[in-house]
Write a protein that binds this ligand. Structure first.
Ligand code: ZN
Ligand code: ZN
Length: 233
């Protein structure tokens, strides 16, 4: 949905020094915490003789991130308004992104990933505490690794999305994109073609062709319409 804006909005909270400080703390805590969660989970898997499950759990986390990124993106693109309580500023950023797609390239690391890190850090601490208290069994360890992988890739999603819009980028990013290991620029262009109604997944974009073919998001929209939730126009 196009908005008559010339300049992108800043989130209100980005001007708040306490929130900005928490964003920085969350961003720098995220990487060691995710590494610790995977290491703890791997130790639990190893003790149960299931360490070989590790790559599969990491992959499942990546796929989950791609799906969840699409779900959030679809919802914020199509429902609510910039005046919606709590999520209004996020909704506005998503919609303005269609009008000013390259503006995302001006965000630094903290403002690119911090808004996700601030949720991921306390959740990861909670999950690691539960893993410790619940006996570090195979199931609990597998869940810890899966959740850590999904969380880490959700954090990285905003970075991958930003990289897909970079007009000039380092060779290693181009390589990751051409191998389709992360969101590729030409693939993401499909979403940026009006009316912006498909290819919402922005971690790797792997799920986009499948979700498009089965009509996943239009089906979800019909379901919500039946429950009285209409799309923003
Ligand atoms: Zn969009
Ligand atoms: Zn984009």
């Amino acid at each position: 949905m196009a908005l008559p804006l010339e300049t992108p909005p800043a989130r209100v909270e980005e001007n708040h020094p306490v929130y900005t400080f928490l964003l920085h703390v969350a961003v720098w805590m995220t990487w060691p915490l995710m590494a610790l969660a995977v290491a703890f989970g791997a130790a639990g898997l190893s003790a149960s003789g299931w360490l070989a499950m590790l790559p599969l759990l990491l992959l499942l986390g990546l796929l989950t991130s791609d799906f969840v990124s699409g779900l959030f993106h679809w919802f914020f693109d199509n429902y609510g308004s910039p005046q919606t309580p709590v999520f209004g500023p996020t909704i506005e950023l998503f919609r303005v992104h269609h009008d000013l797609p390259e503006d995302i390239c001006n965000s630094n690391l903290v403002f690119t990933v911090g808004h996700v890190c601030i949720w991921v850090v306390p959740l990861a601490l909670l999950q690691m505490g539960l893993w410790y208290l619940l006996g570090r069994s195979f199931v609990v360890s597998a869940l810890l690794i899966y959740a850590a992988s999904a969380s880490l890739f959700l954090v990285l999603t905003n970075l991958f999305h930003k990289w897909a819009h970079l007009p000039v980028k380092p060779g290693w990013i181009t390589w990751l994109q051409t191998q389709r290991l992360i969101l590729e620029s030409a693939h993401h262009t499909v979403h940026h073609t009006p009316p912006y109604q498909s290819y919402y997944c922005i971690t790797t974009g792997w799920l986009n062709p499948l979700l498009f073919r089965v009509g996943f998001f239009p089906a979800l929209e019909r379901l919500l319409a039946r429950w009285g939730m209409d799309k923003a126009v």
